[in-house]
Design a binder for this molecule. Structure first.
Ligand SMILES: NC(=O)c1ccc[n+]([C@@H]2O[C@H](COP(=O)([O-])OP(=O)(O)OC[C@H]3O[C@@H](n4cnc5c(N)ncnc54)[C@H](OP(=O)(O)O)[C@@H]3O)[C@@H](O)[C@H]2O)c1
Length: 284
């Protein structure tokens, strides 16, 4: 039995689909409504010991992820401790590129702290470290504005598709030989921000400029968009730390672990364009 946490998350919901397709026995830990299509669900929260105990009964392997919030590391560490108490043997943790417990980026540091706790837990573990998700981009909004604001200078990003991360997670949860492994996950190609703007322009058939903006201007824009101030400030530091240590290399792990080439950013942009042409609402 597999337990999927963060089953409503960007990666978790794809993982639920893949596990169903593979016919694997799994259940999901959910805080809100049960999932559709008869997926077995247990109501619980990482802070709720009774819910975790119920969710972990008979579970051998767990997919662990949580939202990027200041209590992320604490929540994930609670889940790891509960897994150790309740006989879970192997935890597959969704982390992030360059995660370590001294990273100035909150997002990477929170993951790094939780990773270290998992590695020291005595459980078998596997860590997935993706770069930025394709699905974090809203190309339709960029195409409509006609400009991509960038704080990234010359840094490249090999955007990765959440469906590839889910395929890798499923292969690890259903496979052997992954204990103690850290897999960096990327898409097949790294893009600078001007190259990203050019690709959006091509796919959406509309001019898109790339305009460098200062960190102060980027912060102002995030705040004007309604983003919580703490999260907005974390984003700015995250981008600063990414500029200092960008992901330049493309990893081959998706193909090695799933036997499939990773999905391209272009294919994702084309899906977004098709959804826009079919009248689907823009991503929020
Ligand atoms: N976005 C990116 O580009 C990117 C890139 C690399 C790495 N990452 C990493 O990916 C991870 C996030 O994964 P994701 O994007 O798949 O998830 P997500 O979309 O951020 O969703 C968060 C999930 O965590 C659940 N959750 C939040 N608090 C919880 C709690 N107290 N107890 C139990 N469940 C809780 C949420 O459940 P509810 O539905 O109930 O809220 C939801 O399912 C983070 O570690 C982030 O650093 C993100």
């Amino acid at each position: 039995m597999i337990l999927v946490t963060a089953a409503t998350g960007q990666v978790g919901r794809e993982l639920v689909s893949v596990l169903r397709l593979r016919g694997l026995a799994f259940r999901a830990l959910v805080r809100g409504a049960a999932l559709k299509d008869g997926v077995e669900c247990v109501r619980g929260d990482f802070r709720d010991s009774a819910g975790l105990a119920a969710a972990m009964a008979g579970v051998e392997r767990m997919y662990l992820a949580c939202a990027p919030t200041p209590d992320q590391a604490d929540l994930e560490m609670r889940a790891v401790d509960a897994a150790a108490r309740h006989g879970v043997r192997h935890v597959v943790k969704l982390s992030a590129y360059d995660a370590h417990d001294a990273n100035p980026s909150d997002f990477r540091r929170w993951n790094g702290v939780a990773e270290r706790h998992l590695r020291n837990s005595g459980l078998a573990w596997t860590i997935l470290r993706p770069t930025a998700f394709n699905q974090s981009l809203d190309p339709r909004a960029v195409a409509e504005r006609g400009v991509l604001h960038s704080t990234q200078g010359a840094a490249t990003t090999p955007f990765v598709d959440t469906r590839d991360i889910a395929d890798v997670a499923a292969a690890v949860l259903d496979g052997t030989g992954h204990d103690g492994r850290i897999y960096d996950l990327t898409g097949p190609e790294a893009f600078t921000q001007p190259a990203l703007a050019a690709l959006i322009a091509k796919v959406f058939a509309t001019p898109v400029a790339c305009r460098p903006v200062s960190d102060a201007e980027a912060l102002r824009e995030l705040l004007e968009s309604g983003m919580d101030e703490g999260f907005a400030r974390s984003m700015i530091v995250h981008w600063q730390s990414y500029r200092a240590r960008p992901a330049t290399l493309v990893s081959g792990w998706t193909e090695i672990l799933t036997g499939q080439s990773p999905r391209t950013l272009r294919a994702y942009l084309e899906e977004c364009r098709a959804a826009a042409s079919n009248g689907a609402p823009a991503a929020s």
